[in-house]
Design a protein around this ligand. Structure first.
Ligand SMILES: NC(=O)c1ccc[n+]([C@@H]2O[C@H](COP(=O)([O-])OP(=O)(O)OC[C@H]3O[C@@H](n4cnc5c(N)ncnc54)[C@H](OP(=O)(O)O)[C@@H]3O)[C@@H](O)[C@H]2O)c1
Length: 243
């Protein structure tokens, strides 16, 4: 049976990926941070519903000692993940770079980039030394500039570059790819004024839209590496249409 390690599995997309992997018969290692109790309850439901093994682990991924201890817990368990989904991240509140505090700058870099890189180091050195698939969840914000979210744009663009560099460094035993989701769910609830009519597909994306790309990159041929897939209903290119 395959096992996948998903960071940020207590969040919206991570929970969805967890259930879909379980529905496909995969065992799970699920990471959460503040919502770990809810994640543990959810894990039990998944175990019963899909008859798979689920291990739950908690860590603040911006704290190296917590990240290391979490990996050690997994290493000492019977879980043997061969797929890593670097999904945990923070979408910051609106703030121009000139106003951003050093504390917020450092936290975003640590979570959105450094933690993904460290997870890959541990995955390769101790969790999956024989090889595997790594999927980094970036964002459309990696290739665009969003007003007042510059730090998010920077960290997600760096995650794409990290994906490409690791794909080269870790070949031929590891496959490393990234996904750049566009607007998933209704952003208007968070005060972001995007009308679905601005998107060529005329709707906001769903977790299932992203899941399709996640599963593809988790199981794809080793000849597909260092790539990123934009899942945005055509939104990015539509912005460039002037006539
Ligand atoms: N939703 C979208 O529209 C969208 C679009 C493009 C890209 N993405 C990307 O997709 C991924 C998932 O997004 P989402 O919408 O599901 O996000 P979400 O619901 O906000 O979930 C974020 C996850 O990250 C974890 N996390 C936050 N701070 C952490 C920390 N310091 N240490 C460890 N874990 C931490 C959270 O854990 P706790 O809740 O347990 O604290 C949670 O599991 C992210 O990489 C995001 O950038 C999302």
């Amino acid at each position: 049976m395959n096992t996948v390690f998903i960071t940020g599995a207590s969040g919206t997309l991570g929970r969805y990926f967890a259930e879909q992997f379980a529905a496909h018969g995969w065992n799970l290692v699920l990471h959460g941070f503040r919502a770990i109790e809810a994640l543990q309850e959810y894990s039990q439901q998944l175990e019963h519903r899909y008859r798979v093994a689920v291990q739950c682990v908690a860590a603040d991924l911006t704290v190296e000692s917590e990240l290391k201890a979490m990996v050690e817990t997994v290493r000492q368990s019977s879980s043997q993940p061969t797929v890593l989904i670097n999904n945990a991240a923070e979408f910051p509140s609106a703030q121009p770079l000139l106003r951003l505090s050093l504390e917020a700058w450092d936290r975003l870099w640590k979570l959105n980039l450094t933690a993904a890189w460290q997870m890959v180091q541990h995955f390769v050195h101790s969790l999956a030394p024989q090889g595997g698939h790594i999927v980094n969840i970036a964002s459309l914000g990696a290739i665009e500039i969003w007003r007042q979210r510059g730090i998010y744009n920077l960290t997600k663009q760096a995650l794409l570059r990290l994906t490409q560099i690791l794909a080269v460094e870790l070949a031929p035993h590891y496959v490393v790819n990234a996904i750049a989701p566009g607007v998933i769910g209704d952003p208007r609830a968070a005060g972001i004024a995007i009308d679905p009519k601005q998107i060529p597909m005329q709707r906001f994306g769903t977790p299932d839209d992203v899941w399709n790309a996640v599963y593809f990159f988790s199981t794809c041929s080793s000849y597909i590496t260092g790539q990123f897939l934009v899942v945005d209903g055509g939104f990015h290119f539509a912005k460039g249409c002037v006539i």
